[in-house]
Design a binder for this molecule. Structure first.
Ligand SMILES: Nc1ncnc2c1ncn2[C@@H]1O[C@H](COP(=O)(O)OP(=O)(O)OP(=O)(O)O)[C@@H](O)[C@H]1O
Ligand SMILES: [Mg+2]
Length: 256
């Protein structure tokens, strides 16, 4: 998946501009940068989630398997099935654990031999099966925050996406639950391409193959702050040998 000259607007306000990025298959890419620099905005443009935001518009191309997902005739619902998203706050549906997983395959009309098998497979991949296998009919709200987040990851996996987008998936979790999600991400990257927004620099350094650092630049006239990509490279390079002073200042804690 890649971005070519992507700008994202909310009405007249340009939130992000000129982003060119390549997301490696079966790699984890971290998007980092100070609050308001457009990380969530860019992430939502990668699966047309911004379509659901009033006034949001994306210019440029987001190429997925060689095709622009914004091209006329592309079905945004199919885009979101193939490029799934996990949010900051775990958001299980008010349904049973089982039905949270089965929901996506049902509504998208997926051909499924055995829903029980599919539910087990998704929960196993999300490393949650052993903890919930005896209470599949119970409400998802009865799970801990960390379990709910793994349930949401299992729900995303259930519709068999190619890419998983995660927006600060651990920010509501304690260190142990965070570690479990990070371990899970390492497992998942064998089958999926993952893009994660994180404020936790150690987390980016631990999990990501590549890291993109963004910042916001103020327009001299209007004062509007627009997000730009400052530097993108292998995570080790970004953290150990940043090429741009702004990257260095940010990762060493002098800014943001
Ligand atoms: N729905 C919206 N309507 C209008 N402006 C928005 C909307 N969502 C975000 N913005 C603006 O776009 C800019 C980028 O916001 P965004 O949420 O993408 O930043 P972020 O990097 O994810 O920040 P944080 O780290 O705080 O989550 C900000 O100036 C924000 O106010
Ligand atoms: Mg955000």
């Amino acid at each position: 998946m890649s971005c070519k000259d992507v700008d994202v607007y909310y009405g007249k306000f340009r939130a992000v501009t000129g982003v060119n990025l390549e997301f490696g298959r079966n790699e984890i890419t971290a998007l980092i940068g100070p609050s308001g620099c457009g990380k969530s905005t860019l992430l939502r443009s990668l699966n047309r989630m911004n379509d659901l935001v009033d006034g949001a518009r994306v210019d440029g191309d987001v190429l997925f398997m060689g095709e622009d997902i914004y091209r006329k005739g592309v079905d945004p619902i199919e885009v979101r099935r193939r490029i799934g998203m996990v949010f900051q706050k775990p958001n299980p549906f008010p349904k049973s654990i089982y039905d949270n997983i089965a929901y996506g395959p049902r509504v998208t009309g997926m051909k499924v031999d055995s829903m029980d098998d599919l539910v087990e497979e998704a929960l196993t991949k999300a490393v949650l099966w052993d903890e919930v296998k005896d209470k599949l009919k119970q409400s998802a709200f009865g799970l801990s925050g960390g379990q709910q987040q793994r349930l949401c990851i299992a729900r995303t996996i259930a519709v068999k996406p190619d890419v998983i987008l995660m927006d600060e998936p651990c920010s509501a979790l304690d260190p142990i639950a965070t570690m479990r999600i990070e371990d899970l991400m390492q497992e998942l990257r064998q089958d999926y391409t993952i893009v994660i927004v994180t404020h936790n620099m150690q987390q980016a350094a631990r999990v990501a193959d590549r890291t993109a650092f963004f910042t916001a630049l103020a327009d001299k006239g209007t004062g509007d702050r627009t997000g730009v990509l400052v530097e993108f490279g292998r995570t080790t390079q970004i953290f150990e040998d940043p090429r741009d002073q702004r990257t260095e200042d940010y990762i060493s804690g002098r800014f943001g």
